[in-house]
Design a protein around this ligand. Structure first.
Ligand code: AMP
Ligand code: ZN
Length: 112
């Protein structure tokens, strides 16, 4: 838990969230301002600020963000139609919450 990190507070249960998936390594919850009919954020339980801050020890953990995305998409019925994943890195990349997260969006057809 890193103080002043919103997503660490969500992990600790101090800030409410709508959790759709949880395992030993990651949790996923609904984005509060969804940009698609289904939009969740998949985050590691370990606080890592950005992709730039991952080390070789985190390779498996970053992979788990994607395996969770695949499992959630299947669970929610989006596997066949397809879905989009996105990760912003740093301010220039549009990151506003500095706790690593993978966006998973589905329920519409995305262009390019
Ligand atoms: P990013 O720009 O990649 O850092 O994305 C951060 C995302 O967190 C945005 O899509 C926000 O809508 C979302 N967000 C911000 N506060 C909350 C919250 N309390 N619960 C769920 N999602 C949030
Ligand atoms: Zn955090």
């Amino acid at each position: 838990m890193t103080e002043d990190c919103l997503f660490c507070k969500i992990l600790a249960g101090d800030v409410p969230s709508d959790v759709v998936y949880s395992d030993e390594f990651v949790i996923a919850f609904k984005d509060i301002y969804p940009k698609a009919p289904f939009h969740v954020l998949i985050i590691p339980r370990k606080h890592i600020a950005t992709l730039n801050d991952t080390g070789d020890d985190d390779i498996e953990l970053t992979g788990r963000l994607f395996s969770a995305a695949k499992a959630i998409a299947a669970e929610q019925g989006f596997a066949e139609d397809g879905y989009r994943m996105m990760m912003n890195c740093g301010e220039g990349g549009g990151q506003i919450i500095f706790h690593l997260h993978l966006h998973l969006m589905a329920g519409k057809t995305f262009n390019a």
